[in-house]
Design a protein around this ligand. Structure first.
Ligand code: FAD
Length: 465
């Protein structure tokens, strides 16, 4: 098969590339290769089984049209300060401008017009004052909340639009390698079960997301595609009763707090806050089970969950952040018999594991029912654990009750953003004809920024003759 543009991965980065090409009137032929299923065929069996059954060959939560976005909470962060480092590559003004433009596309496809966290009221000022007292920075970030069910509908509408306008989408096909000749990318090898094929294209866009970060790192090493190791985030997901978070949930929806706690003074931050949300599990190809969280627009729980993440960098002689984080995850999974571990904050401070019967004594009930009560400190590196404990104590000054005995910590919460592909402002890699976008490129960490990168890529491909 020969096409003008081959896009690998149908997450927000890949689909917004194709979408923007269509919007700009491109007549180029486009094929998207996606290893998962179409939006309408994506289905997580946990809704019926109540338990993660570790789907093979892939997890429907992270794989399929719209990528990790379809089942995600769908919080669009409308600030260049959130969602990765793309603004450092393209400039803050262009990032801001393109966020507004891309937000407009989400609205066209049916996103809620309401924006959370924009008011600079006395209540926000009070939260900021407490954050300052606690040595924390409060980041301003307006948020458009799609909600898991609505995100699904919006991406379904985008999928139908792409198909109706001639974009070919090959579902169930996995890209195994790139076709390179004399440092020029000419296409990719794909497979579905035992069937293998080659797709030739003038331009290849790799947008394989978090799941594909590991694969892309190997491809970069194999083909000498210029890249550098970035950071990896290791942390926990914290869950408390809604009453504890009531004020920040109401005023900000999502409190983006950053701290540099003693004794290490590493950057620690909150991420992905889900008022009335649910803690969830996602499984990676190598059977790694990691914790995440999401919330629905209508269905609400009694709890709020939020991730607390610490960035990790390495230099010499060891510089493989993904492998490091995987080992932490594997060790944690091992202690939970392949599941997610949960422990009460007070038990961590008391130096004891949590027992299942003790979870039942608390006001807060885990929204991830198959999480295993145990001891996350037995697997968490000391530096990360101290960062988390001292950060939680600081947040308690902004959100009284956050550091309560019963507060739940789930582990492992891992974010793999490591391999950063070196690119110019037009997203040209060191290999002619090859561009890398979204979370797998190491430049984005969220729905909006991945979509923005796709929009800019789409415009560039329309300009290229
Ligand atoms: C549970 C959950 C909740 C989240 N909530 C939010 C949120 O509220 N707000 C927010 O901003 N972000 C959220 N995120 C993160 C957000 O979903 C991602 O940042 C975003 O989807 C990245 O987009 P992407 O296009 O780079 O990659 P992805 O969305 O990961 O898409 C990549 C696609 O590539 C496919 N693929 C991978 N490898 C191959 C291959 N070799 N061949 C073919 N196809 C391949 C995958 O199947 C996938 O569909 C959440 C993520 C998860 C998992």
């Amino acid at each position: 098969m020969k096409k003008d543009v081959l896009i690998i991965g149908a997450g927000p980065a890949g689909i917004f590339t194709a979408l923007e090409m269509l919007r700009k009137g491109s007549k180029k032929s486009i094929v998207i290769v996606e290893k998962g299923q179409s939006v309408e065929n994506r289905c997580c069996p946990k809704a019926k089984t109540q338990k993660c059954v570790n789907c093979k060959p892939y997890c429907h939560i992270t794989t399929g049209f719209s990528g990790a976005g379809a089942f995600s909470d769908g919080k669009l962060s409308l600030s260049p300060d959130v969602g990765g480092d793309l603004p450092t590559l393209i400039g803050e003004d262009l990032a801001r401008e393109t966020i507004n433009y891309t937000d407009g596309i989400y609205l066209e496809f049916g996103a809620d017009t309401h924006i959370e966290g924009v008011s600079n009221t006395d209540a926000v000022k009070e939260i900021r004052k407490n954050a300052i007292k606690a040595g924390l920075k409060l980041v301003d970030c307006p948020i458009r909340h799609l909600g898991t069910e609505k995100a699904h509908d919006i991406y379904l509408a985008i999928e139908k639009h792409l198909l109706a306008n001639g974009v070919e989408i090959m579902f169930g096909y996995e890209c195994t390698n790139l076709i390179l000749e004399d440092a020029v990318c000419k296409g990719a090898y794909i497979k579905k079960g035992d069937e293998t094929a080659e797709i030739h294209a003038d331009t290849v866009v790799v947008a394989t997301g978090r799941r594909g970060a590991d694969w892309l790192e190997k491809i970069c090493a194999e083909h000498n595609i210029a890249h550098e190791p970035g950071t990896v985030d290791i942390g926990v997901r914290v869950e408390v009763r809604n009453e504890v978070m009531e004020k920040v949930n109401e005023v900000l929806y999502e409190s983006k707090l950053i701290g540099w706690p003693e004794p290490f003074k590493n950057k620690v931050r909150t991420f992905c806050q889900n008022p009335g949300g649910f803690v969830s599990q996602e499984n990676y190809d190598n059977d790694l089970a990691v914790v995440n969280g999401h919330s629905y627009k209508e269905k609400k729980s009694d709890n709020t969950n939020v991730a607390i993440l610490c960035s990790h960098n390495f230099s010499t002689p060891f510089n493989q952040p993904i492998s490091y984080a995987q080992k932490v995850g594997e060790l944690t999974n091992m202690l939970a018999n392949g599941q997610i571990l949960v422990q009460r904050f007070g038990d961590i401070l008391d130096g004891k594991r949590t027992w299942p019967k003790e979870l039942a004594q608390s006001n807060v009930r885990p929204t991830l029912p198959d999480a295993v009560a145990g001891d996350i400190t037995a697997a968490m590196p000391y530096r990360a654990m101290m960062n988390i404990i001292n950060f939680i104590k600081a947040v308690d000054k902004v959100v009284p009750g956050f550091a309560s005995y019963e507060t739940l910590l789930y582990s492992p919460e891992l974010k793999f953003y490591s391999n950063r592909v070196k690119m110019d402002t037009d997203f040209n890699t060191s290999i002619k004809g090859l561009h890398c976008l979204g979370d797998s490129s190491g430049w984005t960490r969220g729905l909006m920024m991945a979509s923005v990168m796709g929009v800019l890529m789409g415009r560039k491909l329309v300009e290229d003759k």
